[in-house]
Design a binder for this molecule. Structure first.
Ligand code: TMP
Length: 405
């Protein structure tokens, strides 16, 4: 039920070089109703294309399997809400958006982002593939189509959008060129697309190997993105690094013509990528070697902690990245008692692969240590439980006390 890529998803090159294989993994958002439920596992291999610099997964699970009935709700986190409110305020002001404008957002989730435009009377349209989440958005009064965005839907929107937002979605898309043509088709000729993707440089520098999972098909450098938009008749006007999802790139993208003046910060980011060797396999292969070491170091830290005396350790945040972390390092019920998470649809279920029970945060109890599985919300989560001892697993294992650094 998956395909193995033999060609680069962006440029079609056959020269895909292996970065790391994380072995056989469950789908990280496929929670189980009982610990004995059977589940599928799939290989998880990261490869690099030296031709266009795209880092990508070798194994592709059909999007219908991954996203039709989804349990990820973006509005679970105050950090995400703050980030979205600030971005909406910036765009409304800088692009002078009002009643006559239209903001379109593929993968709009439960409307956590579009709500801020609606509050300012800016018309919106969400496009969300998960039917359960699209209906929640519609119930909240945020007009949302239940569909996968792509070239067909995009061109059907007939150049109507002033702004198209694609936040943390491009990495999930198999047909990248089609998706970008869809963006171009949906935007007015003078429209702006605002794109956010996790930045592969942050993944490498912070050893964030837990962000590799089946839903994340691509891991972008600015160089790869520059190629992607250029090949599809668009241009990156400016790029910025933003501190969300463990480090992301935000791009402001317009039509290929007229040419916008070059942004100096964007140029310097690109040239830094060249200096770091991000266009060469060795940069990523070194990350693969460090990842193997990190997996072993984490496992032995936890085993050591548990073997020294009787301690109770639990996990916090049944995040997709947490599922990968636990499965790659084989951290199961022999080390953790349970995992807590605030998402109603995860509570009472069992984590894919390791089958640990998910309890609500109110049932956190009195563990000796808490393994932080949703690292991207470190400040928000640890502040809620002052005084507790947290094990932050990456980039290197670190012990912190809640509410303090
Ligand atoms: P994500 O990294 O994929 O966004 O998942 C984060 C998970 O952490 C999600 O399942 C919700 C959970 N979470 C909590 O349980 N408590 C919190 O305070 C926050 C911010 C997130």
């Amino acid at each position: 039920m998956f395909t193995v890529r033999s060609l680069c998803s962006m440029c079609g090159s056959t020269d895909l070089q292996e970065v790391i294989s994380l072995g056989s993994m469950p789908l990280s958002n496929s929670f189980l109703a009982s610990p004995n439920q059977a589940e599928e596992k799939y290989p998880l291999t990261l490869v690099f294309c030296p031709e266009c610099s795209l880092v990508q997964l070798k194994e592709v699970i059909p999007p219908d399997v991954l996203f039709r009935d989804y349990i990820y709700f973006s509005s679970q986190s105050q950090t995400m809400l703050d980030h979205s409110r600030d971005l909406a305020a910036e765009l409304i002001k800088d692009l002078n958006l009002g009643k006559e404008s239209l903001v379109i957002e593929p993968a709009s989730n439960d409307g956590y982002m579009l709500q801020y435009f609606m509050q300012a009377d800016v018309p919106v349209l969400g496009i969300e593939p998960a039917s359960n989440i699209a209906s929640i958005a519609n119930d909240r009064g945020i007009p949302t189509l239940n569909a996968f965005f792509g070239e067909g839907i995009g061109s059907g929107l007939q150049e109507k959008a002033d702004v198209l937002l694609a936040l943390n979605v491009l990495g999930h898309v198999d047909d990248l060129n089609g998706f970008v043509r869809g963006i171009k088709g949906a935007l007015k000729p003078s429209g702006i697309a605002v794109i956010e993707v996790p930045y592969v440089r942050d993944m490498v520098e912070d050893l964030a190997w837990d962000t590799i999972y089946h839903e994340h098909l691509s891991y972008f450098s600015l160089r790869a993105l520059t190629n992607l938009f250029k090949w599809n008749g668009m241009q990156i006007i400016k790029a910025r690094r933003v501190d969300i999802h463990c480090g992301s790139l935000r791009l402001y993208v317009g039509n290929a013509s007229p040419k916008y003046p070059r942004d100096r910060f964007t140029e310097s980011l690109l040239s830094m990528e060249g200096k770091l060797g991000m266009d060469r396999p060795s940069y990523y292969q070194l990350f693969g070697i460090e990842t193997q070491k990190s997996i072993e170091a984490l496992k032995s830290y936890l085993l050591d902690l548990r073997d020294r005396r009787i301690v109770r350790i639990i996990g916090y945040g049944a995040a997709a990245k947490g599922v990968i972390l636990l499965n790659a390092a084989k951290i199961g019920w022999d080390i953790l008692d349970y995992v807590v998470d605030s998402t109603p649809s995860k509570i009472g279920k069992y984590l894919p692969g390791v089958h640990l029970r998910v309890l609500p945060p109110e049932e956190i109890g009195n563990p000796d240590y808490i393994l932080l599985l949703a690292r991207n919300f470190k400040e928000e989560i640890t502040a809620k439980h002052p005084g507790k001892k947290w094990i932050v697993p990456l980039p290197k294992v670190e012990l912190i006390i809640g509410g303090q650094e």
